[in-house]
Design a protein around this ligand. Structure first.
Ligand code: HEC
Ligand code: HEC
Length: 397
């Protein structure tokens, strides 16, 4: 039997099974979508294939094409920052899967963010948003952070008052926005903060892509992956040494996952041993993970598992961009954490007391490393990086 046939015969059911275990088998069938989302599916261009569930959407903000288009215009508009210098797209660039290529983003006053900008493709499927915050369980709640947040830095720089006094009147007087608003919110005569947030959330929710070579292979195109990628796929999902799949699981390659059919969802966070600055296992104070939100000692330096989709174009890696290449990421996991022997953050992350038991180190040959990286590269969906639907609408106007 050829290796691709072996993969298709054994691996796919296993992939589905482990997904099922992780999500407690809420719905036993993955191919048969017997749900109430059929109408919603037809009413909007989700860019989600028929055999894949839709992302979770709150009842009070159903996605429509008009809201998506209003959100798209806002996302690419620098006038959405207090001094007209920054748009969402300054830090979220389509060609980089909506990341910015920096270790840590740069905000309104050239201040460095404490975190690496996250990709926005398929991000509506996460169960929590940002690198480590269990309270942000909807895009609607996340989006006020860049608009109004001042901790740690200013992104768009608004206060509720300045937004009301400056941005809302601008929206209402601009002819492009007047017509976009009228189509998106036909029954609403007042434009508010919430109008802007709902539209931006609808745009992000509509940015989906499931057509990478990996997806094509999953859908039966056996030559969509190279032989090296097929070997890497087996290593990633099925080799007990690596444990990648324990956390990078399911459709998103993340155990943080929620879709339109799920009533119960998990909000997992992990410590992978990047730093170890105290006997308790602290990371640098500016970004110490979930404990910053919950205050619980057991949440120290825990972060949400990032998606591995489009990982090839979202370097540098980790919540603070502190690992430059995929090769170094594999070396980091092979070592079972990061031992920094000098500098400000000197400490042996391998010994971090909060480190997940699944990051325990392993031996890997050069060939296996190449295969694993080549597999990760098969998760890039090139079409999403240029899809006009997600692109800057102002260029054409
Ligand atoms: C200054 C750069 C910057 C700007 C401007 C910016 N972002 Fe972000 N974005 C980030 C960073 C950094 C993160 C990670 C934040 C964290 O973990 O605290 C992020 C995270 C996100 C997330 C969470 C994604 C996920 O997977 O959980 C969403 C959604 C998002 N941004 C949307 C937006 C929108 C919409 C705008 C415009 C209103 C915007 N961003 C403006 C840098 C930026
Ligand atoms: C215990 C759960 C867990 C395991 C096991 C695990 N990861 Fe991760 N992975 C994470 C978390 C959490 C992060 C983010 C950590 C941070 O930024 O502090 C991450 C980050 C990454 C990143 C960087 C992503 C980005 O957007 O910056 C890559 C690539 C990656 N992991 C690949 C792998 C591979 C390959 C394996 C197997 C060798 C693996 N992971 C095993 C949880 C895990």
């Amino acid at each position: 039997m050829k290796s691709s046939n072996i993969l298709q015969k054994y691996l796919r059911p296993m992939f589905i099974l482990s997904l099922c275990l992780l999500q407690s088998c809420i719905d036993k069938s993955r191919t048969n979508i017997h749900d109430n989302t059929l109408k919603i599916r037809k009413s909007f261009n989700w860019e989600v294939p028929a055999n894949t569930r839709l992302p979770y959407t709150p009842d009070n903000n159903p996605v429509t094409e008009a809201k998506f288009q209003l959100g798209r215009h806002l996302f690419y508009d620098k006038r959405l920052s207090i001094n007209e210098s920054i748009s969402c797209s300054s830090c979220h660039k389509q060609s980089l899967a909506f990341t910015d290529g920096l270790e840590r983003s740069v905000g309104l006053n050239n201040e460095h963010h404490t975190r690496n900008a996250q990709p926005l493709i398929n991000s509506a499927y996460f169960s929590t948003f940002t690198w480590s915050n269990n309270l942000l369980t909807s895009l609607e709640s996340q989006i006020s952070v860049p608009l109004f947040g001042d901790n740690p830095i200013l992104e768009h720089g608004w206060t509720a008052q300045s937004f009301e006094d400056v941005f809302i009147p601008f929206l209402q007087s601009d002819s492009t926005y007047q017509s976009l608003l009228a189509s998106a919110f036909p029954n609403q005569n007042k434009t508010t903060q919430q109008t802007v947030i709902y539209a931006l959330a609808s745009f992000i929710r509509g940015i989906n892509a499931f057509n990478s070579p990996f997806d094509q292979f999953e859908n039966g195109v056996s030559d969509a992956l190279t032989d090296s990628q097929k070997r890497g796929y087996l290593l990633f999902t099925n080799d007990e040494r690596f444990e990648c799949f324990h956390c990078h699981s399911g459709k998103l390659f993340s155990d943080s996952y929620r879709d339109a059919n799920m009533k119960i969802f998990d909000t997992p966070f992990h410590n992978t041993g990047l730093y170890n600055l105290s006997p308790q296992g602290d990371y640098p104070a500016e970004s110490n993970g979930l404990i910053d939100v919950t205050g619980r000692s057991s949440d120290r330096a825990k972060f949400r598992t990032p998606t591995l989709r489009n990982i090839e174009v979202t370097a540098p890696y980790m919540h603070d961009g502190s690992i430059a290449t995929l090769e170094e990421v594999i070396d980091f996991y092979a070592a079972g954490g990061r031992n920094l022997t000098s500098g400000r953050y000197k400490g042996d992350g391998r010994q971090n007391p909060q480190k997940s038991q699944f990051v325990k180190g392993f031996s890997i040959s050069q060939q296996e490393k190449e295969d694993l990286i080549n597999f990760l590269k098969s998760l890039t969906d090139q079409s999403a990086l240029t899809n006009e639907r997600f692109s800057d609408p102002w260029l054409k106007e």
